[in-house]
Design a protein around this ligand. Structure first.
Ligand SMILES: Nc1ncnc2c1ncn2[C@@H]1O[C@H](COP(=O)(O)OP(=O)(O)OP(=O)(O)O)[C@@H](O)[C@H]1O
Ligand SMILES: [Mg+2]
Length: 523
């Protein structure tokens, strides 16, 4: 395909200036094909792979078609999630920054409606919203669609699916008949496509044809792994690949919380995103993820569609997605705008069949992968340790430490002996815990820990649970049955927390007393 420059697309100089500022050099195929057709006023169905610039493909002509002499709502862009509405509105604001009179406003649930009403009253011409909140405003009379010229359904197949279709029909029923209707998505299943005639007039189908539905720069791998082992396998993959940012998808909110906690307990910068969190919380998590303060975002499908975060290098399907389309969208959070990415899918038991369906639908091959061994992880950790050591040496400022070493060096010890001893001290604790965890029966969800509380110490089960819950940040109800004896007791914790419980509790005290915690050898 020949490349097209934005200045060949008949765009205003204000938009061209904004595009240049964003650093886009050439239009992507969906942009070069869709922009002229939309500018001519046609209805469009636009389908192109994830991360190929569909947002700008509809946003640029929407901005260009706004009559800035009028302060009426002329365009409405509907998105399935609040995070996506915010993101699309940010992009529109950037693209329209030099066009005076273009005012875009995101409206979504969970945000104070009064504030939205104040902004709406000042005059807005592009609304980017989630259906529920838009309907709320329509019912209050604070959003009027009489002057609407364009409506866009981003993630159109999702918006015309069960969860949203009634809301969409309601909104469309109040919009003028002679409007322009634009549908965009990376996936467009047949049943949905048949529906679209109800809403559009002679739409132009713009499909950027690719052999595969998924992006070729994403390496796709599946691993067979038992449910109980998933957290361990995930940790190993994270340790080996060390991605800048990654996304972990689970099918339920409960699982999302569990996995996020499990990763936190293992020392990863992870957090959860799902629909049960307050909007403030959701915003904070997204901000932290975008800025890298959180490196692993564990999420339900709320983050599957449209979300564009730079540096997401890996996506994990901790659970196989329920909707086949969402496989495409989930893994599409990496490998955006021509970048590379990796996607791992965990399957257990009979789920291999689901994987076959996915491959048939996406016309891609998902390669089989192996569970990395502790050795693989160890090798990788050693490589990183060596890098760290070299870095510290190159930084300099070691005189203070060299002086100490000189006090040990003599006839008996060489500097190599001393360096090795120091390294042993650093690596030993870590190894011990890893070995103990490794010895465990992999089927067991709970790990039994042996707690030696020493002589004459009155420590009750409540003290132990309280201390573990407090210091390791495991919810108390995840801590299992406790047997207490004179000098020792047993406690059960979820397997993924065992290492962290040992590490943290052995450095801490319970009721001011030192305790020693080890894996209980046998039940
Ligand atoms: N012409 C361009 N040149 C370079 N980068 C671009 C261009 N257009 C868009 N991008 C960038 O590509 C990334 C992906 O764009 P966008 O989010 O619009 O993809 P999408 O097609 O909507 O994907 P999805 O199906 O996941 O929603 C964004 O970071 C965007 O800034
Ligand atoms: Mg998009």
């Amino acid at each position: 395909m020949t490349t097209v420059k934005f200045n060949e697309l008949n765009l205003s100089k204000e938009i061209l200036k904004a595009i240049a500022k964003l650093g886009y050099e050439e239009a992507t195929p969906i942009q070069s094909e869709a922009i002229p057709v939309i500018l001519e006023g046609h209805d469009v169905i636009g389908q192109a792979q994830t991360g190929t610039g569909k947002t700008a493909a509809f946003s640029i002509p929407v901005i260009e078609r706004i009559d800035t002499s009028k302060k009426t709502i002329q365009a409405l862009i509907l998105c399935p999630t609040r995070e996506l509405a915010i993101q699309v509105s940010e992009e529109i604001k950037k693209l329209s920054q030099y066009k005076k009179g273009v005012v875009a406003l995101p409206v979504y649930g969970g945000q104070a409606i009064e504030r939205q009403i104040q902004s709406l009253n000042k005059g807005v011409n592009i609304i980017i919203g989630t259906p529920g909140r838009v309907i709320d405003h329509i019912n209050r009379g604070t959003i009027k669609l009489d002057n609407l010229k364009m409506i866009v359904l981003d993630e159109a197949d999702e918006m015309l699916n069960m969860g949203f279709i009634e809301d969409i029909e309601f909104i469309l029923s109040g919009a003028p008949k002679e409007r322009q209707t634009l549908l965009f998505s990376a996936t467009m299943p047949k049943p949905i496509l048949e529906l679209t005639q109800k809403y559009q007039k002679n739409p132009k189908m713009i499909k950027i044809v690719q052999k595969e539905l998924t992006v070729p720069t994403i390496e796709q791998i599946y691993i067979e792994v038992r449910e109980a082992d998933k957290i361990e396998v995930l940790s190993r993959l994270l340790d080996i690949h060390n991605p800048k940012l990654s996304l972990v998808f689970c099918n339920t909110k409960k699982k999302v919380d569990e996995v996020a906690l499990g990763l936190q307990a293992r020392g990863y910068l992870a957090d959860a995103l799902h629909g049960d969190l307050k909007q403030i919380q959701r915003d904070k998590v997204m901000q932290k993820f975008r800025s890298g303060l959180i490196e692993i975002l564990v999420a339900t499908d709320v983050a599957a569609r449209g979300i564009d975060v730079e540096n997401v290098e890996m996506v994990f399907n901790y659970d196989v997605p329920q909707d086949i389309e969402n496989y495409v969208h989930r893994i599409g959070r990496t490998g955006r705008a021509g970048r590379e990415g990796k996607a791992y899918t965990f399957i257990s038991g009979k789920e291999i069949y689901k994987l076959k369906d996915i491959q048939k639908y996406t016309k891609t091959k998902i390669k089989m992968g192996k569970i990395p061994t502790i050795n693989d992880v160890e090798e990788r950790k050693i490589a990183m340790l060596i890098d760290n050591i070299k870095e510290v040496i190159n930084e300099g400022g070691l005189e203070k430490y060299t002086n100490i070493i000189e006090r040990i060096i003599g006839d008996e010890y060489t500097s190599l002996d001393i360096a090795s001893a120091l390294l042993k001290m650093t690596m030993k604790l870590e190894e011990k815990y890893d070995e103990e965890i490794q010895e465990l029966d992999q089927e067991q969800e709970m790990t039994r820990l042996f707690i030696n509380v020493g002589k004459n110490q009155k420590i009750s089960p409540r003290d132990i649970v309280g201390a573990i819950a407090d210091k390791v940040k495991i919810p108390g109800d995840l801590i299992g049955s406790i047997d207490i004896y004179d000098k020792f007791s047993f406690v059960e914790v979820p397997r993924e927390y065992a290492k962290e419980v040992m590490r943290i509790m052995n450095e801490n005290t319970i009721k001011g007393k030192k305790v020693n915690i080890e894996i209980a050898k046998k039940k």
